[in-house]
Design a protein around this ligand. Structure first.
Ligand code: HEM
Length: 369
């Protein structure tokens, strides 16, 4: 018997490839913002706790603290589109798993609110020179818990074999799923990503003309070193993630040119991240160019992971009776056309907002350079 609930009788209103492309694009953006945020928050907490009389540590903590509330809006807003696309494409699996852990899944909303509130309080406390590292630490615990719940849900949606047992044990959705060997490597992989992506974010901040030279080279050195350590960990976790997959998934990846390509792209990206991080850690480079290289490497490496991760999901689900490509599609080209027009207008508006922001009078950070 097929364990997946009956698919919605309403067919998909656009081709699967279009939803997939949009999902991959928006999820890459969510992961970029989320990893900058998660790592940046934890670094800000540590810097703030250990700042003592160090002006540079205080300055670095403040530079991150001021940006975190804005960054969090990006994490949330860039998380909504992939969630919608994932629900459209994988509804029978994702809705089921979300309900089975409903209590935890709902708690994300409250944890997000608590985290957001703490971020503002933290930034305010830092501005007033108060020792508020514990606020960032608490916000970090909430953000880590959210990330764990996401990993649990995205793993549970791939395990129809445990759904009935979980529902029988707790129809309320208060039970966590039984052990899954792929969960921990997958979650740790995302966390180690937060280490190097936030390190690259610090390199980006270091290159801004509003950042004083001394603070910039401190941020660049710290960001480079953090990225170096984290990408080494992530490399090890990458092979753990792949080895933890069932044989059918490993074989599926090896047989797909697209997924093999993504795997090679990730490894090449990670190697470049390593070399670049080493260079910045040694040279403490503060420049626009270094900032743009960080951004480019982040985009390439993260998007290749997003593609590979998507392939792992599709192969796993197919092996259990759900083929994402075999769904009824009745394309409503009028709606698709309107969607594209609104998307383009939205992107133009976003570009204009960024332009206005860049024209604004800059506020210098960490004293004058
Ligand atoms: C502090 C806030 C957040 C953190 C730390 C966070 C973290 C994560 C992590 C670690 C994953 C990867 C899970 C895995 O594959 O193992 C993930 C996936 C995801 N997150 Fe977030 N997230 C946050 C907020 C949000 C919000 C507010 C939304 C949407 C409203 C969102 C939407 C998504 C989606 C759609 C996915 C993946 C979906 C898929 O697999 O297709 N996230 N998030």
């Amino acid at each position: 018997m097929n364990p997946f609930p009956m698919v919605d009788p309403i067919p998909l209103p656009a081709p699967v490839w279009l939803f997939k492309a949009l999902h991959l694009l928006t999820l890459s953006l969510h992961f970029t913002a989320m990893q900058m945020f998660l790592g940046g928050l934890l670094v800000a907490a540590v810097l703030s706790a250990c700042s003592g009389s160090s002006v540079l540590r205080k300055g670095a903590a403040a530079a991150l603290a001021h940006r975190l509330p804005i960054l969090m809006t990006f994490v949330i807003n860039l998380g909504v589109p992939p969630l919608l696309f994932a629900q459209v494409l994988y509804g029978p699996a994702l809705y089921t798993s979300s309900q089975l852990i409903g209590v935890y899944w709902f708690s994300v909303i409250f944890m997000l609110m608590g985290c957001y509130w703490l971020l503002y309080k933290f930034a305010e406390g830092v501005d007033k020179g108060r020792n508020v590292w514990w606020m960032a630490a608490f916000a970090g615990v909430l953000a880590l818990s959210i990330s764990k719940i996401y990993s649990i849900n995205m793993t549970l949606m791939l395990r129809p074999e445990v759904w009935q047992g979980m529902y029988a044990a707790s129809p309320l959705g208060a039970l966590l799923p039984p052990h899954d060997p792929t969960l921990i490597p997958r979650w740790l992989f995302m966390l180690s990503g937060a280490g190097w992506v936030s390190g690259f974010w610090m390199i980006w901040i270091a290159g801004r003309r509003t950042t004083a030279l001394a603070l910039g080279s401190y941020l660049a050195g710290l960001g480079g070193s953090l990225a170096l350590g984290a990408i080494l960990c992530q490399g090890a976790l990458f092979s753990w993630v792949l080895k933890a997959q069932p044989t059918v998934v490993q074989e599926g990846i090896n047989m797909s040119v697209w997924l093999k390509g993504a795997q090679i792209a990730w490894c090449s990206g990670a190697a470049l991240v390593f070399i670049f991080a080493l260079w910045v850690a040694v040279k403490k480079t503060c420049s626009y160019v270094a900032g743009y290289i960080s951004m480019l490497l982040t985009v390439v490496t993260l998007s290749s992971w997003v593609i590979l991760r998507d392939g792992i999901r599709d192969i796993t689900l197919e092996s259990k009776g759900f083929d994402v490509w075999q769904q009824a599609v009745v394309t409503n080209w009028g709606v698709v056309g309107w969607f594209v027009v609104i998307l383009v207008l939205g992107l133009v508006a976003l570009g204009w907002l960024i332009y206005v922001m860049m024209q604004a009078k800059p506020v210098s950070e960490g004293g004058m350079s």
